[in-house]
Design a protein around this ligand. Structure first.
Ligand SMILES: [Zn+2]
Length: 562
């Protein structure tokens, strides 16, 4: 907006006020005065804003917006604070890491083992012990996983399965025995059975090899408890400014629970929901799955079906690359990562979903995985054009210059998350410093004109959106310093990606993502000057107020926290 002349700005503001706002005939429900409001619309930055009926009724100077104040209007004096559109997380699985031993706060291998030992003391011998998955070895001083022998020391008399992220288990000897996994167990296509340097099993099962183990399903809580847990979860997210989240691949049961929450008027988060397709590794045919699904695109501005999630490669330790991994993970130049689905199956699934009108989003981490996704999307595009359908690449870690024109030609969007912030040490070990520094190259995507959005992949990476904004503007990480500084983007760009970029991803740019008259009143008040505060201010940015559809869903002042 800096390119606008002052005259053009005044003309635009006058036009907007004349066309959309005018003198208020009714008072507003909520009015914000005397702040720095990043509208991301033609007005750019304004001082005040009025909300009526869940939508933005007017933006402008404090004097004009004061005219909207009536006896019932809630008035917030911003005192110069910054207001921005509500944040969206483009790839959010859940807040917690599942049941079992909580490893989320451990900081060394010993602390991991202590937590497991303690759990074992309260568990009858022989009974299975599982950990949560809300942690990563990048948080441990040793920056490595605990392996079989470590786990045997911690709990020799219990089968132990350490769950790490969505791609990996580590088993102790009792657990290997329980599932009959031994030195002669054949390799699993699309998976890896880990070994110590001397060739002995180290307990690691990666991607498809996880299928050798069947963990008992958690005891299903009663339906009301599920809804209450969701309400609590969203309350926590609102406290950090999130007003929209996108689930990248859930079950019909999860979707129905959200639907109930919405229909009972209890949903305070705007949710975009992708179904998980059998082509991504679930048993059962695509045809059967589709019959059980809600319709593509069904829903409203609270909950909408956004498409189908597929996957083609592993994660940090299995992203499919054009060049081998760094040694020793490269296994003498032979390990390129894991392709988790056969090429033909993936092509067929993608083309069939396209024929049936489903929008596809595919997990692709490595550069070779992106090659594969582009090949399949191009095949679908040849059947019927993808332009305008905004198909998605999830993660898109290692994008190469030759990918960008292909992505642009197909009209793709890419969802980025801040994995590097947490996992940088591992990525440098697996892929080498140069390749790791390329991870999630937001600068390159923007320069190539590829639309991006931002998120966390929680609980693979902790869900705090401000860690994401901090990371993408600074490329700072928790334990490995700045990684790939040349890929950083500006404060304005990062906010746009997390708001407008999110709205574009979900086809909701006419509803949200900017603070323009007529759009949903989803917004956040933060304590510091978002554009000018000194780094690393974003990392710990304090949220004062979160509003969804004109309703205050978080008010720091009301929590009693000074
Ligand atoms: Zn994910």
């Amino acid at each position: 907006m800096r390119t606008h002349s002052r005259f053009a700005m005044i003309a635009l503001v006058t036009l907007m006020l004349g066309a959309c706002a005018g003198p208020p005939s009714l008072p507003a429900d909520l009015v914000l005065l005397d702040g720095q409001i990043l509208t991301q619309g033609p007005e750019d930055i304004v001082a005040a804003l009025a909300v009526r009926g869940g939508r933005i009724a007017a933006v402008g100077g404090s004097d004009e917006i004061e005219a909207w104040v009536g006896p019932q209007t809630r008035v917030v004096d911003l005192g110069g604070r910054t207001v921005m559109p509500g944040l969206g997380d483009d790839h959010y699985h859940g807040i917690g890491g599942g049941p079992g031993v909580d490893l989320s706060r451990t900081r060394s291998i010993q602390e991991v083992l202590d937590a497991i030992s303690e759990f074992a003391r309260g568990t009858p011998p022989g009974e299975l012990i599982v950990t949560n998955w809300d942690w990563h070895e990048g948080q441990l001083a040793e920056q490595r996983l605990p392996y079989r022998d470590d786990l045997d020391r911690a709990a020799p008399d219990h089968p132990v399965v350490v769950v790490r992220g969505g791609h990996e288990y580590v088993l102790n000897s009792a657990a290997l025995a329980k599932w009959g996994i031994g030195e002669t167990t054949p390799a699993v296509p699309g998976g890896r059975i880990g070994r110590y340097p001397n060739g002995r099993l180290n307990g690691e099962l990666v991607d498809r090899a996880k299928g050798l183990v069947t963990l008992p399903p958690p005891i299903p809580p009663d339906p009301e408890a599920v809804l209450q847990a969701l309400e609590d979860e969203y309350e926590t997210l609102h406290a950090r400014g999130l007003t929209s989240i996108r689930y990248p691949g859930g079950s019909v049961t999860q979707y129905r629970a959200l639907e109930r929450l919405r229909d009972e008027g209890r949903l305070s988060m705007r949710v975009n929901f992708l179904l998980r397709a059998p082509g991504a590794g679930l048993p059962g045919s695509l045809d059967e799955a589709i019959k059980s699904w809600p319709a593509m695109g069904e829903g409203n501005e609270w909950l909408r079906v956004g498409g189908v999630k597929l996957g083609v490669d592993g994660g940090f330790e299995g992203g499919l690359m054009r060049a081998p991994y760094e040694e020793p993970w490269g296994e003498n130049g032979t390990f390129y990562g894991l392709q988790t689905v056969p090429r033909e199956t993936f092509f067929e699934t993608v083309r069939e979903l396209h024929r049936r009108g489903w929008r596809v989003a595919t997990h692709a981490v490595g550069d070779a995985a992106i090659d594969l996704v582009l090949d399949a999307y191009e095949a679908a595009d040849a059947d019927a054009p993808l332009a305008g359908l905004r198909w998605v690449i999830e993660h898109g870690f290692i994008a190469r210059p030759d990918h960008f024109p292909r992505m642009a030609a197909l009209g793709l969007v890419v969802t980025l998350q801040d994995h590097l912030y947490v996992a940088a040490p591992s990525l440098i070990q697996y892929w080498g410093a140069e390749r790791a520094a390329l991870t999630t190259p937001a600068r390159a995507y923007l320069d190539a004109g590829i639309p991006i959005s931002l998120g966390t992949d929680s609980p693979v990476v902790p869900w705090d959106p401000w860690w994401t904004l901090h990371h993408f503007t600074t490329r700072g990480t928790i334990t490995a310093g700045v990684v790939g500084a040349e890929q950083s983007i500006t404060r304005r760009e990062v906010v746009r990606a997390a708001t407008e970029g999110y709205a574009y991803l979900t086809f909701e740019e006419s509803l949200k993502g900017t603070l323009e008259v007529g759009k949903l009143a989803d917004l956040v008040v933060v304590a510091d000057d978002l554009l000018e505060c000194a780094d690393p201010c974003l990392e710990t940015m304090q949220v004062d107020l979160t509003v969804v559809g004109g309703e205050v869903v978080y008010d720091r002042a009301a929590t009693g926290v000074p």
